[in-house]
Design a protein around this ligand. Structure first.
Ligand SMILES: Nc1ncnc2c1ncn2[C@@H]1O[C@H](COP(=O)(O)OP(=O)(O)OP(=O)(O)O)[C@@H](O)[C@H]1O
Ligand SMILES: [Mg+2]
Length: 394
């Protein structure tokens, strides 16, 4: 059992917050990924959970017990760092067995446990080698094995794959997913790599400047970003975001700016004139070549990037620059005039001041959740947070 509760935890270095009032409730057996740009406080948060750094305020609970003041070795947690930190003079077997040896376990027990863990991670043939004679991926597995040997309730991992090349990364990623499934342990995993986050996480907590922007499944964050920051962080290339104005035309609201004119498909007079930050994902911008009567965007191709299976088509339209992702060949060239089509349901709207997502729904969705009710009440209110991150501590 390892449920981790992080309750309003902050860490200040001097006058600056590295982590600010972060609350997370991580269920037993969950694979939670802490994601965010460099310097947003991921490592600091993980180190506080591991006991390597003392919080300035807040509490950390493991299975309901307050461990905020416990020394690292008394927490039932194992940490795997970005740099493997193996002992160079010890063999792989001794490296893996080290946590048990320092806990004065009998020699036979250690040998048995090292054999088991090494077999799980396919290290059995390497037990007598020293770290210098291993590949990066093998060293990474030794570091993992050393964390696993104690059978901890939870694993804390800080960018464990960042030293691996692309191929090894994806292989080790798959291994970690399998390992998590087999062990059923709680994984708290730090990365700034969104592919790792999207593929491995049961939930992602996206951090920005020491604070949690959004917590949810990878799908929730991708499809329903709560803030413009989340929208702009996830996705490669990220969501197109541009300032626009909600404009009432013939009783219908449209998203407009110089270069873009897209119907929202809703009638709501009170929304007229609202300044917004509009967003559309590159894969949702449909490129239909030249012509078309209801194109939301008419512009010119400024660049075409070949990704192998797909192409990224960069388009300038009025004051807006957009990136569309299309199957290859997209059939357009630099300088071509193109029309782009947007479905109302694919448009995301954010408050330009606060960055918060604005509540509005495309006609289909609206019909389901607002049956016969008045149209949207306030002029495009911001959405309440969908995720509850606060932990109540008795
Ligand atoms: N010991 C320290 N003293 C002062 N400032 C620190 C210390 N450790 C971290 N910081 C600052 O706290 C902030 C968060 O750092 P942290 O290492 O947690 O970021 P991170 O999200 O892990 O970044 P990265 O992705 O680059 O590893 C940064 O601005 C960093 O400079
Ligand atoms: Mg870090």
């Amino acid at each position: 059992m390892a449920r981790l509760q992080i309750n309003a935890v902050s860490k200040k270095f001097g006058a600056d917050y590295a982590v600010r009032e972060v609350s997370l409730d991580i269920a037993d057996g969950e694979f939670l990924v802490l994601l965010g740009p460099s310097g947003c406080g991921k490592s600091t948060l993980l180190r506080m959970i591991a006991g390597l750094e003392e919080p300035s305020s807040g509490r950390i609970l493991l299975d309901g017990n307050d461990i905020t003041q416990e020394p690292p070795q008394r927490r039932d947690l194992a940490m795997v760092f970005q740099s493997y930190a193996l002992y160079p003079h010890l063999t792989v077997a001794k490296n893996i067995g080290f946590p048990l040896k320092s806990r004065r376990q009998p020699r036979a027990t250690i040998a048995e446990r090292v054999r088991e863990v090494a077999a799980t991670l396919e290290l059995s043939a390497l037990l007598e080698r020293r770290p210098a004679a291993l590949s990066g991926g093998q060293r990474q597995r030794v570091a993992l094995a050393r964390a696993m040997v104690r059978d901890p309730g939870a694993f804390l991992m800080d960018e464990p794959l960042s030293n691996l090349d692309a191929k090894l990364r994806s292989a080790t990623r798959a291994e970690l997913i399998g390992l998590h499934r087999r062990l059923g342990a709680t994984f708290l995993y730090v990365t700034h790599d969104q592919v790792e986050a999207m593929t491995m996480a049961s939930r992602i907590a996206l951090l920005n400047a020491g604070q949690v922007e959004q917590v949810g499944t990878p799908e929730e964050l991708y499809d329903h970003p709560r803030t413009a920051f989340v929208a702009g962080f996830l996705g490669s290339p990220p969501m197109n975001l541009f300032p626009a104005t909600i404009t009432l035309v013939d009783g219908e609201l449209r998203v407009r700016t110089d270069g873009v004119d897209a119907p929202l498909g809703i009638e709501n007079r009170s929304g007229d004139g609202t300044a917004v930050l509009a967003g559309i994902r590159p894969e949702r911008l449909r490129l239909n070549g030249i012509g078309g009567a209801e194109a939301a965007v008419r512009g010119q191709v400024t660049m075409v990037e070949n990704l192998g299976s797909e192409e990224l088509v960069h388009v300038t339209a009025g004051a807006v620059e957009l990136c569309a992702r299309a199957a290859r060949p997209a059939g357009v060239r630099v300088g071509d005039d193109v029309a782009l089509y947007i479905d109302a349901a694919d448009i995301h709207l954010f408050d330009p001041e606060t960055g918060l997502r604005l509540a509005w729904q495309a006609p289909d969705a609206a019909a389901e959740s607002h049956p016969a009710a008045a149209p949207l009440a306030a002029p495009l209110p911001t959405e309440p947070p969908s995720d509850v991150t606060a932990v109540s501590v008795a």
